[in-house]
Design a protein around this ligand. Structure first.
Ligand code: ARG
Length: 400
């Protein structure tokens, strides 16, 4: 008896996921493997990937384009939440996982599969994100993770694949482990495993080195409607266009590189390089527009929510009651977050240089130091008398 009869496997075309196909059939008695490759704007030809799955023994090979949903339903809420894990990582990889899981669950339902599968190892965050998301959407579906159990080295995996007609990688494969989508690139392994070493320039693709960036600053203007980015330099852009164009513009000035040691959910620290130009700029701009349109108490309270929200994305709880509850809060705060933010891109910096909103709470008559000042200075005295009351009483006690 096998572990499952019909399985939908998350498929990337790489060695590991390809080897999963014969492995599931030979070792675990699976009868049919249907592969699913998600098009997240990774910029890779997916037709060869589709064919490779069939050559590797898949009964059916699906390619689903989920780019639009990725931006609208995953990236935009993350921007509204200013979601940045451990203050650095804009979560490009983490945001894609629940969406891939959703596609797997939907395909499993359509093809009446009794399990889904993925090629994650037991050391990473992605296995947690897939498994928890799948369980949240369909607790009855089995989840198979061959690479978590097979215990084969890289060489053994390749050799195993060759026995079943899976070609070993032709070109000497990259020493890095790279995950890429519309929101950015995540790069680890190889020389990057030594956290004291500067990453070689070759790891970067979406961002220019500062020595190569333009010698003139460039100004861009991003328009938001209820916390959602909608225009670039005054022009309406659909979600995919907006992100792609911003990646180019911002990356060209060397903005959006991140080199960090992060805390994985499974307790390990890992060194990761990220490039995420559009997300870095958008979150910065969005946060700035909030500073103009939200009251101080909402802004300050929201920071705690943002921290929790970032952690839950990272930790695989996208489909969870906590996420749904925080979404309600965040959506409520975004009602008036509309307007434009002007940014100056120059030599690795994205600097906010101006912001404008019809819902601005900035009141010139209150803020000015000039003659138009309408602030009642005398009222401050009574305010301070009461505000300072507890401190005055405490200070008067004299029990040092
Ligand atoms: N550490 C990041 C995360 O957990 C990215 C992992 C992506 N994988 C990679 N091969 N770099 O979201």
């Amino acid at each position: 008896m096998g572990r499952a009869k019909k399985v939908v496997l998350a498929y990337s075309g790489g060695v590991d996921t390809s080897v999963c196909i014969p492995y599931l059939k030979q070792e675990w008695g699976v009868e049919e493997v249907i592969t699913l490759a998600a098009d997240l704007g990774q910029g890779e030809e997916l037709e060869p990937v589709r064919e490779k799955a069939l050559k590797s023994g898949a009964t059916e090979s699906l390619v689903v384009n989920v780019q639009e949903s990725f931006i609208k339903d995953y990236a935009f809420p993350a921007i509204q939440a200013n979601a940045i894990y451990e203050n650095r990582y804009p979560l490009a990889t983490a945001l894609a996982r629940p969406l891939i899981a959703k596609a797997l669950v939907e395909a499993a339902q359509k093809y009446e599969a009794d399990a889904v599968a993925h090629g994650c190892t037991g050391k990473g965050n992605d296995q947690v994100r897939f498994d928890v998301a799948v369980t949240a959407m369909n607790p009855d579906l089995k989840i198979l993770a061959p690479a978590r159990e097979w215990g084969m080295s890289r060489e053994e995996t390749i050799a195993y694949g060759e026995r079943f007609g899976i070609p070993s990688p032709v070109k000497k494969s990259s020493p890095y482990s790279i995950d890429k989508n519309l929101l950015g690139r995540s790069i680890e392994a190889g020389v990057l495993e030594d956290p004291s070493q500067e990453p070689p320039e070759e790891v970067y693709e979406m961002t220019k080195a500062i020595v190569d960036t333009p010698n003139e600053p460039e100004y861009i203007e991003i328009g938001f409607v209820k916390g959602i980015p909608a225009t670039l330099n005054g022009e309406s852009k659909n979600p995919i266009e907006l992100i792609s164009k911003l990646n180019q513009l911002v990356g060209n000035h060397g903005v959006g590189r991140i080199d960090m040691i992060e805390n994985r959910l499974v307790g390990i620290k890992s060194r990761e390089i990220y490039e995420s130009p559009a997300m870095v700029a958008l979150i910065q701009a969005h946060r700035d527009l909030e500073s103009l349109t939200l009251t101080g108490d909402v802004t300050q309270y929201k920071r705690g929510i943002e921290e929790t929200y970032s952690q839950l994305i990272y930790n695989g709880l996208w489909f969870s009651p906590l996420k749904a509850a925080l979404d309600a809060f965040i959506q409520q705060t975004q009602e008036r977050v509309s307007g434009t933010v002007r940014m100056k891109l120059f030599k690795g910096n994205a600097t906010i240089v101006g912001r404008r909103s019809d819902n601005s709470l900035y009141n010139p008559e209150m803020a000015t130091y000039g003659a138009e000042d309408r602030f009642d200075h005398k009222a401050a005295e009574g305010f301070i008398y009461i505000w300072g009351m507890p401190t005055r009483i405490w200070a008067g006690q004299n029990n040092s």
